[in-house]
Ligand binder design. Structure first.
Ligand SMILES: Nc1ncnc2c1ncn2[C@@H]1O[C@H](COP(=O)(O)OP(=O)(O)OP(=O)(O)O)[C@@H](O)[C@H]1O
Ligand SMILES: [Mg+2]
Length: 337
């Protein structure tokens, strides 16, 4: 297995993709994408509806044959060695696939059998994975009685039940409310910390990519248009900013801030401070104002986000295009899919 540098450490490559493409008739859904994911990394594919995320994942999971290009998962070629690839991966699909007429435990047990795990190992592992996603007390409940978020957690547990090297999560929180989504992020984070696993996930939620992923590939119309760490991608559009309006003249305050080594400029209404993670500066700014008898009338924080990066690169928003897809899937779920 080839080794690449990741920071100071040497990490084996878990996924290597080279010029991978997929055509559906005249439509090029994935256009010659290349990237590498190292072991232990959480790698995100962020893009709007129809960007080609699921198509790319399906090729890597050996469920769709590429039109051209190649890819290796855990050292195995997806076209030449599909069965070895399958042994080494876990998948959580975009659409739910649990058997809702079975209990949580039965769903996991069935999965363990498919992967040839013996009875003792299955029982031990079921307890372990249910605990990791906070469902240890619900093992014997029918899945149809679970909330959407609980079902998603169970699907994730099933995804890594058989000790895969690579876990694919296709839109892990699609259609879930914000609170449930955050809970699921916590569980995914626990999985990455407690399991020896590499995670590749697709999403069109900016916050999801920002919160979970070490590196993000932004994908649009089948092309990877940017790929980097979240921090470095955000730096392309500049840092966060804090806009402050004070009572009276702002000149003295600007000078005070400059001598405190803050990067500050005058604006029409007041002043603006630029910094990475600018929210950390707000207490310092208030104490500086208090000490010098300056009255702050308003403060507003603007965080730079991956949405800004997408707009910069495409002139469009990710979310506008995403909402209809989320609704579509939620509707499909309500109709008993
Ligand atoms: N089996 C198929 N036959 C024909 N076209 C397809 C097929 N599957 C996907 N496509 C098309 O390929 C493109 C990429 O679809 P894909 O499902 O990979 O996008 P996605 O990024 O996963 O989108 P979403 O956010 O909606 O899940 C779309 O234009 C889609 O209509
Ligand atoms: Mg998709």
């Amino acid at each position: 297995m080839k080794i690449v540098m990741r920071g100071e450490e040497l990490q084996p490559v878990a996924i290597r993709v080279e010029n991978l493409s997929k055509d559906f008739g005249s439509l090029r859904a994935v256009n010659s994408v290349s990237f590498e994911v190292v072991s232990g990394e959480v790698f995100g594919l962020l893009g709007p509806n129809g960007a080609g995320k699921t198509t790319l994942i399906k090729m890597l999971c050996t469920l769709l044959k590429p039109t051209s290009g190649k890819a290796e998962i855990a050292g195995f070629d997806i076209v030449k060695n599909p069965s070895e690839v399958r042994k080494n991966i876990g998948i959580v699909f975009q659409e739910p696939t649990l058997d809702v007429e079975l209990t949580a435990k039965e769903n996991l047990d069935f999965h363990g059998r498919l992967y040839g795990m013996d009875g003792k190992k299955r029982n031990e592992r079921i307890k372990e994975v249910l605990k990791l996603v906070g469902l240890e007390d619900r093992a014997d409940e029918l899945v149809k009685k679970f909330s959407g978020g609980m079902q998603r957690r169970l699907e994730i547990a099933r995804g890594f039940m058989h000790f895969p090297k690579v876990l694919f999560l296709d839109e892990p929180t699609l259609g879930l409310d914000v609170q449930t989504r955050r809970k699921i992020w916590e569980y995914i984070d626990k999985v990455r910390k407690e399991e020896d696993i590499t995670i590749i996930l697709t999403t069109h939620y900016i916050e999801e990519a920002e919160n979970l992923c070490d590196r993000v590939a932004i994908i649009d119309h089948g092309n990877i248009i940017a790929l980097d760490t979240v921090e470095r991608l955000k730096n392309r559009v500049g840092e966060d900013s804090i806009e402050i309006v004070t009572e009276g003249d702002v000149s003295d305050f600007i000078e005070l801030m400059k001598s405190a080594n803050l990067r500050v400029v005058r604006t029409e209404e007041g002043l603006m401070v630029s910094a990475g993670e600018a929210e950390r500066l707000i207490p310092q700014i208030f104490s500086l104002a208090n000490k010098n008898g300056i009255v702050i009338k308003s403060v507003s924080l603007k965080k730079s986000s991956l949405e800004d990066v997408f707009i910069l690169l495409t002139g469009r928003k990710i979310r506008e295009e995403s909402s209809s897809g989320a609704l579509h899937v939620m509707r499909a779920r309500r109709m008993g899919r």
